[in-house]
Ligand binder design. Sequence first.
Ligand code: SIN
Length: 291
Amino acid sequence: MPEGVEQIVTAVPTGAALGAVIEGVDLSRPLDDETFAAVHAAWIEHGVVVFRGQTLTDADFVAFSSRFGKLDHAPIMENGQTMVDGVPELYVISNIVRDGKPIGSLGAGEASWHTDMSYEERPPKASALYALEIPPEGGDTCFLNMYAALEALPEDLRRRLEAASVRHDSSVNSGGYLRAGFDEVVDVSEAPGASHPAVPLHPESGRPVLYLGRRLNSYVEGMKVGESEALLDELWAHVEQERFTYRHRWQVGDVVLWDNRCTMHRRDPFDASTRRRLHRTQIQGERPRAA
Ligand code: SIN
């Protein structure tokens, strides 16, 4: 889109439990304040926003992500790298192997439901993915509306959770890979990682929301391990219902931005002989506060 042409933002709801497709915005150009305010409002309302058909350099993608706040440095990738092409904010999600070494993380397997980097004391409030190579089949990313999951919880379970804190394990990533420098967790009550309220208040929408991180090695503080496992199993069986989700079928050039404070996401497996490559940024957030 040429300089000086007004961008008229339209947010079209996906029709699923969350998410909207934003039309009329070229992310390779700096967003003016009005356009940014419209995109930001849509993101808070829908939890996930999708922009199709973008052509971005790494610098464009970082600049767009930075409009939402300071960027976190990416976590260590499975190949031990902490940055890509000299850009510490970029994380590569890919199954591609170059010169015998994976260029990124998560391979071609399933990535289980999670919220990015929730094991940090101050987890990123948002993440964005930019699709560079997409396989012909598989590798869809599903998103889950954690406001809706909380609102549909049985009242007694919700009350138990309102006083609870959950430990978010940092030893494994969502592909189930043990991170460099960590030991395998044998007792979840000793898992490394930050604890957060199970029902924090979203700082921008003001709404209470369920905040779970990921299931593996998760632990409800202060409970016996068996009791914590039973509560978490009940909770996860509830949240993993299709009625709370949106399925994103990727196209090259898609940018998807999601709110880590009120959504979770997972990724379908795909044929390992096909190529998938996306760049991810993560935008700094604050410590979750109980509702
Ligand atoms: C992620 O969990 O951040 C990556 C999801 C994906 O590969 O689609």
